[in-house]
Design a protein around this ligand. Structure first.
Ligand code: XMP
Length: 510
């Protein structure tokens, strides 16, 4: 149990994750829940403070999102942001109206640094505003604690009740002291000390896993990706040899990847580790298939069949470890995001398996998972690895897949990765990889004619992988990769660079 636990109520704002991030960066645990969360659940949820997010609606719209007004009777401190601030003002008897002009972008604020929210900060600060409505009349007991040129109530407080609100967004970078304001709310208003630390997280989770599992057995489907690797090591820390990891090697990994994964889990952590060499089965399943969706399906189904056969041998296991992380939990809360996810979720498991789940990462963000991985002693090359799709190189060899083509791609991709790392760009790019196309073209090698494959290079910058910009790689780097690929790999005589962003393209080619 967390003693300091913040409830972030989501009114539909696009920055809810940023708020959660900022709170976590202040070493305070938090959870994002929909504004419609029943008051009983809030009451029994063990929360010690509440933050309302912004949202696109106007508080006077008919279906404007709202929460149970009882929330203001719980005796908990509240911080309302943008719409959340307006909602609080209106619900407690103030007045909100459409302003003459929409206020958008960076603005100067004059703040009252007698208020605990701004104590010790400069009296003039910049902030990020994005709103059309304004609070024109404050509820009883509230005073204004900040104003901008056009917004007289840019921040408000009822210090006695510990209710605070900002018309601007403290969670975005443009509000340069925003994190300081959130920190003041958490530490000075709520009286928190900051008990959310990776080391205490490990201790708590280890304890919880031991309690859940007792002396029973657990298995984990390892993909070699960051999330399942970190989950496996954490569970191993808790229950040691009661855990068995199964790593299905589908032969669609990048160069050396399977061996690297095996070395970490088998040698470094001495885990019960089963590597299933299923390359033949996957290649057979892919034979004759050219359509991307058919290929994805074949890979997914083969994975399930191979896994079923393994699970048969692990019948005495009661639990399954999954590397679900917090954004998966938020996304599966509804909407299109969930659909996109299931489409991508190729490493799925047979539906009729009845295991209890252990999901030790489900309250963490990706970068927290990486931090945890490093703290657990997992090597950087695994923890900092770029995302890799479930179907692996099977969707980066375009059209029909063969062992020969996979080997060509593995070599070319390795050269590209090596040069990206040598240029110091590996941490900066969201994803970078090579694609072996089906296209052949004519070239001249030495004195002879060649008729070989066309290789495409792809590198993107992205924060969330939902949208992405193609990376502006230096020409010298592209030149070096192109020369090396053609000289060292063979059967590739032309290299192109993909200059399309997402949308309209996707990151992968298939
Ligand atoms: P797209 O190609 O849709 O990819 O722009 C977005 C991100 O998702 C990854 N991706 C997958 N991940 N299973 C996965 O686990 C899949 O089937 C899959 N397909 C794409 C892709 O590498 C990128 O990071």
């Amino acid at each position: 149990m967390h003693e300091e636990k913040v409830l972030i109520l989501d009114f539909g704002g696009q920055y809810k994750e940023l708020i959660a991030r900022k709170v976590r960066e202040c070493q305070v645990y938090c959870e994002v829940k929909p504004a419609s969360m029943p008051i009983e659940a809030i009451r029994s949820g063990g929360y010690s403070a509440i933050i309302f997010t912004g949202g696109p609606a106007s508080v006077y719209e008919e279906d404007a999102p709202s929460c149970d007004p009882e929330i203001f009777q719980l005796g908990l401190p509240v911080l309302g942001i943008c719409y959340g601030c307006q909602f609080m003002a209106k619900t407690l008897g103030g007045r909100v109206e459409a302003a003459e002009t929409r206020e958008y972008g960076r603005r100067e604020l004059e703040v009252d640094n007698q208020s605990p929210l701004f104590a010790g900060l400069a009296s003039e600060l910049d902030c990020f505003m994005s709103h059309t409505d304004q609070i024109v009349e404050l509820p009883a007991g509230f005073v204004s604690i900040a104003k901008s040129e056009t917004c007289p109530n840019a921040a408000i407080e009822s210090r006695e009740k510990k209710f605070f609100g900002t018309q601007f967004h403290p969670e975005v970078e443009h509000t340069s002291q925003g994190k300081e304001m959130i920190r003041r709310f958490l530490y000075d208003v709520c009286g928190f000390k900051g008990d959310w630390k990776m080391s205490s997280f490990i201790d708590r989770e280890v304890e919880a896993i031991r309690r859940q599992v007792g002396d029973r057995k657990v298995f984990c489907a390892l993909s070699g990706g960051v999330d399942s690797s970190v989950a496996a090591v954490l569970v191993h820390r808790a229950i040691g040899s009661q855990l068995t990891c199964v790593f299905v090697d589908h032969g669609l990994m990048r160069k050396n990847e399977g061996d690297e994964v095996e070395a970490v889990f088998k040698e470094q952590f001495s885990m019960n580790f089963i590597r299933v060499d299923a390359e033949e089965r996957f290649l057979t399943a892919l034979q004759g298939l050219r359509d991307p969706e058919a290929k994805r399906k074949a890979i997914g189904e083969t994975f399930i069949r191979v896994f079923e056969a393994e699970a048969e041998k692990l019948k005495d296991c009661d639990f399954l470890v999954q590397g679900t992380i917090y954004p998966d939990v938020i996304e599966s809360g509804g909407g299109d995001a969930a659909v996109i996810k299931s489409h991508h979720n190729v490493g799925g498991l047979p539906e009729d398996m009845h295991f209890d789940l252990i999901e030790p990462l489900k309250s963490l963000f990706k970068d927290e998972v990486r931090k945890l991985g490093l703290e657990l002693g997992i090597p950087e090359m695994l923890v900092m690895r770029q995302p890799f799709p479930g179907p692996g190189l099977g969707i980066r060899v375009l059209g029909e897949v063969s062992k020969e083509k996979l080997d060509l791609l593995r070599e070319a991709d390795y050269i590209f990765r090596e040069e990206i790392a040598a240029a110091g760009l590996d941490r900066q790019l969201g994803q970078y990889f090579a694609v072996l196309t089906e296209q052949r073209s004519v070239g001249v090698m030495g004195d002879g004619r060649s008729y070989d494959y066309l290789l495409a290079l792809r590198a993107v910058e992205t924060h969330d992988f939902m949208t992405a910009e193609f990376a502006h790689l230096p020409y010298e780097l592209l030149d070096r990769v192109s020369r090396r690929v053609i000289n060292e790999v063979g059967q590739i005589n032309r290299v192109v660079y993909d200059v399309t962003s997402k949308p309209p393209a996707t990151i992968e080619w298939e």
